[in-house]
Design a protein around this ligand. Structure first.
Ligand SMILES: Cc1cn([C@@H]2O[C@H](COP(=O)(O)OP(=O)(O)OP(=O)(O)O)[C@@H](O)[C@H]2O)c(=O)[nH]c1=O
Length: 631
């Protein structure tokens, strides 16, 4: 293969792709590169106004992503990679930088700005060569960027919203994916298509060729480049080229220490797409160009192996209300926190350090402080707090999951093992005490708050006049619905012991249209009449037999045109891609008789009860949404 000499240079190296982007993984896998994926924890929050041009922002973000992974892997003993690749794709229109949309409105804003116009897509790439010397990390960085121009057709509002509701825009810069549905929006592309998708493969290969087979010195001195620099013939290269099997020195570079700062007398290469080289490099391989390193355990496996430790650190820090204390009194030293919460200083300090290394806390000379996302999601009083679900995870799901092995062997729930109770009805277990009830309701409430907007807006529900949220618990989704659809009357139907405890979860001082609460058991009691029945995170609790009981009751009440809205984590039909949903299905195994299901499985269940025209929206967030209409 013509490209193999250049990619072959990476075969014996431990290559890490510092990116969670499935597109980047696919592009590099497709050309036969073998690598591990270690997504970067670097937050894409560099101050955009401090960069003279958009591409500089993309390059610096790519560098920081790769540096974070290189440093993190080095700290975790013996796991220093040889090469770390980071990338960042941005869309630039009218001098503004667009990254991934935060919600559907944001996607709409972005796509409206791109509508009918030409824009640029820049991908910045950083290639870091690492080596450990006296257990210190030394790095040589090469970076570059690629620009592609893309023009959108004139698109109608309806089309934009249809595209947004497909869920595709949410994890993509500029809010579109040219490789899939988004391709239909595009009139022309000038430049490297794969650069738009997320990785400029051509420029990357040329860069590698240049690093591993640099041109002779007299060429370097006199050549000027327009776009992509000097190595225009990497197809001709073979492994036999003697001068070039190592990095060769280039003038004007600097070495980075593990913080990513330049230090004197080092090695660092950098180049932009105008081809101005500012660095030099030193050899990394032995004389034969072959690394002696034995195969190492892939970092993904190690991360999965240790994953429960990180989970438990998060759960315990939440349970001990460390994040609450830091929100109100931080920054605090370990000893002060230990005194506040009555724990050992040595244990507390280790937990705080672990949380800081996991990116949850900031550690400064003044002490430990919460990061912004911890203040939003992990403190107990935040509007979108996950605290309720975290306590439920610590107190209920964790003991259940420790019995996963038995659950797999027996194919059934494990409450009796985890809590010493015989397996009764799921909700009888949760609601046996006032504390258990409130804990479970708080858990459901926190997920409902976080997902309500997505669920309520996945489809246009404005034609419905009345809705009944079966098992709607604290009414979090119901309240979102009445805000978005002021003409919709929503009734929440849930067990009497739930309805008796909802007052704690009602927002104070908010003037929303009222939601009605009716108590009853949806398997046994008469259901309220409605045009739209909502089942959010309900069907996954039950086996097919029970679902048929419930759906036939709903169907009997529905006239043609009435509908069911389901919110669940929907598995892909092959059950091989959505790991969060597949793990959630294990979660259902250990505690219920239910499971997560695929789109076709839900469709089959619904169609048996006369609900057709089944539409599925994969939101890309926690819950996906299905709408079907009675015919
Ligand atoms: C314009 C466009 C972008 N993308 C994706 O947009 C993400 C950009 O975000 P990023 O911050 O560069 O990367 P990420 O996905 O957050 O991953 P990470 O590298 O871990 O930061 C990347 O995924 C790209 O493929 C497409 O898939 N198709 C397109 O047409």
């Amino acid at each position: 293969m013509v490209l193999s000499p250049v990619l072959g240079k990476l075969v014996s190296k431990r290559v890490v792709l510092a990116s969670a982007s499935p597109r980047r993984q696919e592009i590099l896998t497709n050309v036969g590169l073998r690598f591990e994926v270690v997504p970067s924890w670097f937050k894409e929050t560099l101050e955009k106004s401090s960069f003279a041009a958009p591409f500089e922002y993309a390059v610096e973000t790519a560098r920081q992503k790769a540096l974070e992974v290189a440093n993190r892997m080095h700290v975790k003993h013996m796991r220093t990679p040889d090469v770390v690749i980071g990338a960042d794709t941005i869309v630039s229109v009218d001098e503004q930088i667009l990254e991934k949309p935060v919600d559907k409105q944001d996607a709409y804003r972005m796509l409206s700005r791109l509508n009918g116009k030409e824009h640029s897509v820049f991908t910045g790439v950083a290639i870091i060569h690492c080596h450990s010397k006296d257990s210190k990390l030394e790095m040589e960085i090469t970076d570059f960027y690629e620009e592609t121009k893309v023009k959108f057709s004139e698109l109608s509002e309806e089309l934009l919203w249809e595209y947004i509701h497909s869920g595709e825009p949410m994890d993509k810069a500029g809010g579109y994916g040219i490789q899939a549905l988004g391709g239909m929006l595009v009139e022309y592309v000038h430049g490297d298509f794969l650069n738009v998708v997320g990785f400029p493969l051509n420029h990357f290969c040329k860069k590698l060729a240049e690093l591993y087979y640099p041109p002779s010195k007299h060429n370097v001195q006199h050549k000027k480049y327009d776009s992509i620099p000097s190595v225009d013939t990497f197809e001709n290269l073979s492994d036999g080229e003697s001068e070039s099997s190592n990095f060769t020195e280039h003038k004007g570079a600097s070495k980075l220490d593990s913080s990513g700062k330049h230090s004197s007398g080092g090695v660092y290469t950098s180049e932009n797409s105008s081809g101005v080289r500012t660095g030099f490099t030193v050899p990394l391989e032995n004389q034969n160009g072959v690394s002696q390193r034995p195969p190492e355990v892939p970092s993904k496996i190690l991360e999965l192996m240790d994953g429960f430790r990180a989970s438990k650190a998060l759960l315990v820090a939440s349970k001990l209300k460390i994040f609450d204390h830091l929100k109100h009194k931080g920054p605090l030293k370990a000893v002060d926190i230990a005194n506040e919460i009555g724990t050992s200083v040595c244990g507390t300090e280790r937990l705080l350090d672990a949380c800081a290394a996991l990116g949850l806390l900031e550690k400064t000379p003044q002490g430990y402080g919460n990061t912004d996302s911890v203040n939003t999601f992990l403190t107990s009083d935040g509007e979108y707090s996950l605290h309720g679900y975290i306590i439920h995870s610590n107190d209920h799901l964790w003991p259940l999951f420790t019995n996963l092995e038995s659950a797999i062997k027996e194919g059934s729930r494990q409450n009796h093992r985890a809590f010493g109770k015989k397996a009764e009805d799921l909700f009888k277990d949760y609601y046996h005490s006032q504390e258990g009830k409130q804990c479970f309701m708080a858990a459901m409430h926190s997920i409902a708050r976080l997902t309500a907007r997505d669920v309520a807006t996945a489809f246009d529900l404005s034609r419905f006049k009345s809705a009944c949220d079966l098992g709607g618990c604290t009414g979090a989704l119901a309240r979102e619905l009445v805000q978005i659809y002021p003409n919709l009357k929503v009734t929440v139907f849930d067990l009497p012991e739930v309805i008796a405890n909802i007052s704690y979860f009602q927002p104070s001082g908010q003037h929303t249209a009222p939601v009605t609460f009716v108590s009853g058991d949806f398997f046994k009691d008469k259901l309220p009449e409605a045009d739209l029945y909502i089942l959010s995170r309900i069907l996954h609790d039950w086996p097919d037999e029970k679902i048929h009981v419930l759906l036939s009751k709903i169907s009997a009440l529905c006239r043609p045109g009435c509908a069911i809205l389901l919110a669940e984590m929907v598995l892909d039909d092959e059950k091989k891609n959505r790991s969060t949903a597949l793990l959630q299905s294990l979660n259902m195994l250990v505690q219920t008789e239910g499971k997560e299901r695929s789109g076709s499985e839900y469709q089959a269940l619904l169609e048996q009860h006369g609900f057709t025209n089944v539409k599925i929206r994969i939101t890309g967030n926690l819950l996906d949404v299905i709408l079907c209409v009675k015919t």
